[in-house]
Design a protein around this ligand. Structure first.
Ligand code: NAD
Length: 419
């Protein structure tokens, strides 16, 4: 946004720790541990481009906190990747893994690059060289990367293969989000949306909403958003009245048939133009009259400018960071239940954990088993977050942070400080 002061995400992440540390009454030493990334590696490495020239790329891998286990988090490819962004994302992964009680710390990585302007061969060579540069600090017992913005299961396959070549044997547990053929998990593709739908179901009673027959609006009909919509409609009987993507939104008060909208998007590249639906703007999707709103696209979508106009009783954050702090406060005052990102979209990392657990056991589960275990984790985590929020008289977001940070603090305290 022009003229907006640039917010340093790592400063934001550090401030969040301070807010929760005040609620928990943590002493200054523990606070400082929680605000400090344990280990960050910066690498600069050359890649041979298709035109025969060499280009030097910069990449990062941050392992924020390992008190609860190996670090876990994605690798993103983007021109605007910065060290502080990677550190902030690694901190948020630490809290997300702790909220759903996975035996993991948090990590994140990235390469400063423009993947859209690179050939497949260039991407493969860059990925393999980066994997080899960070190989000394990753591994199934140390740090387990995964896909993030502009990386996918193919990227993970290249990292797994590069790491395995160096070890001399296959190490599928070094990354998650792999293709099934290389030790990926059933259900990983839809885990984020499915987990979000489970959390909505659990929260509905507390928020005075009936999902069956209730109405839903979804901003961002991508992986997370379309799957959440699909499951809410097919398994919980909700009516999806509005959805959008980067090209705009559609609205149909009688309900949209999600598989048909998916087919239309596959055919035309957008949900816009879906027969029988009105075209609306992305802003209107957020303000649609619906019981449940699922922001599943970008960060900073619900701001103090539109928070007063949100009509939903539940806002389930499938996206990371869709609500700015001032808007959060307005929604809380208006008694709108916000299901915070670190809980609502933790289904993805949960099934990533299942993938890693299956890889290191060498024993694979079927889809029914994966989904049952995911449901158990999401239901229990919602209950614990909601209880923490009520106990501390704070909103669900602070409740989730309180629960997560308390778990990390417990691990730090029980382990003690070495030496
Ligand atoms: P995706 O690329 O599959 O989908 C994003 C969707 O948002 C696309 O349909 C895109 O057209 C739409 N979009 C982009 N700009 C928009 C705009 N201005 N208004 C409305 N829609 C817009 O991505 P995804 O994997 O579904 O991720 C979406 C969000 O969920 C991100 O914030 C991501 O960090 C978060 N998330 C995803 C996962 C996962 O496993 N996929 C896990 C955790 C969090």
């Amino acid at each position: 946004m022009p003229n907006e002061p640039t917010i340093n995400p790592f400063e934001t992440a550090r401030k969040q720790v301070d807010i929760v540390a005040d609620v928990l009454g943590l002493d200054p030493g523990v606070r400082e541990i929680l605000k400090s990334p344990k280990r960050t590696l910066t690498v600069c490495f050359p890649v041979r481009m298709d035109d025969g020239q060499y280009r030097v790329f910069t990449g990062y891998r941050c392992q924020y906190n390992m008190a609860r286990g190996p670090t876990k988090g994605g690798i993103r490819y983007h021109p605007q990747v910065t060290l502080d962004e990677v550190r902030a994302l690694a901190a948020w992964m630490t809290w997300k893994c702790a909220v759903v009680n996975l035996p993991y710390g948090g990590g994140k990585g990235g390469i400063v690059c423009d993947p859209k302007g690179m050939s497949r061969g260039e991407l493969e060579r860059m990925t393999r060289r980066f994997a080899s540069e960070i190989a000394p600090i990753i591994g199934p017992e140390m740090d387990i990367p995964a896909p993030d913005v502009y990386t996918d299961s193919q990227t993970m396959a290249w990292i797994m293969d590069t790491y395995s070549m160096q070890r001399g044997y296959s190490v599928p547990g070094v990354v998650t989000g792999k293709p099934i053929a290389l030790g990926g998990s059933e259900g990983r593709g839809e885990a984020t949306g499915r987990g979000c739908a489970y959390v909505i179901r659990e929260a509905a009673g507390d928020a005075g909403v009936k999902v069956k027959g209730g109405t839903v609006a979804v901003q961002g009909f991508g992986n997370a958003g379309s799957v959440a919509a699909h499951i809410l409609q097919a398994e919980q009987g909700a009516k999806i009245v509005a959805v959008s993507d980067s090209k705009g939104g559609i609205y149909r008060p009688e309900g949209l048939n999600v598989p048909d909208v998916e087919a239309h998007k596959r055919k035309t590249g957008s949900v816009v133009g879906f027969p029988g639906a009105q075209t609306i703007s992305n802003e209107q999707v957020l303000e649609t009259k619906a019981d449940i709103l699922i922001p599943a696209a970008l960060e900073n979508q619900i701001t103090k400018k539109n928070a007063e106009r949100i009509q939903a009783k539940i806002v389930a954050e499938a996206a990371n960071g869709p609500t700015v702090p001032e808007a959060d406060e307005i929604l809380y005052q208006r008694k709108i239940a916000v299901l915070p990102d670190i809980l609502a979209n933790a289904g993805g990392v949960t099934v990533s954990y299942f993938e890693w657990a299956q890889d290191i056991q060498g024993y694979f589960w079927d889809l029914v088993d994966v989904n049952k275990r995911l449901e158990r984790v999401m239901v229990q985590s919602y209950e614990q977050v909601h209880k923490a929020a009520l106990d501390h008289k704070v909103n669900n977001r602070t409740g989730a942070y309180v629960l997560a940070i308390q778990r990390v603090v417990d691990a730090i305290r029980i382990r003690g400080i070495y030496p």
